[in-house]
Write a protein that binds this ligand. Structure first.
Ligand code: FES
Length: 87
């Protein structure tokens, strides 16, 4: 598992291996708008301020993925222990 931290509030949310970042945030009362929930539409696109996303979507280009400054939290995860999100 890993944690996501909300930059605005400093709130940390743990993301279990069986859960998406969107689902974990929703349980913590933070709603991210979604549509496809399969990494295709880009609706849930969220800026990443710190940490390295584990990109599992089919929406971002390889260059955008390599920049590590945004990810699709409906399906993508973290490579490390923490992602700081611009939320
Ligand atoms: Fe479609 Fe995340 S909801 S890419």
């Amino acid at each position: 598992s890993f944690e996501v931290k909300l930059a605005s509030s400093g709130k940390c949310v743990s993301v279990a291996p069986t859960k998406s970042v969107v689902a974990a945030l929703r349980e913590a009362g933070v709603n991210i708008e979604v549509s496809c929930e399969q990494g295709v539409c880009g609706t849930c696109l969220t800026r990443v301020l710190e940490g390295e996303p584990d990109h599992r979507d089919n929406y971002l280009t390889d260059e955008e993925k390599a920049a590590n400054n945004q990810f699709l939290p409906c399906c993508s995860r973290a490579r490390g222990k923490l992602l700081v999100l611009d939320l």
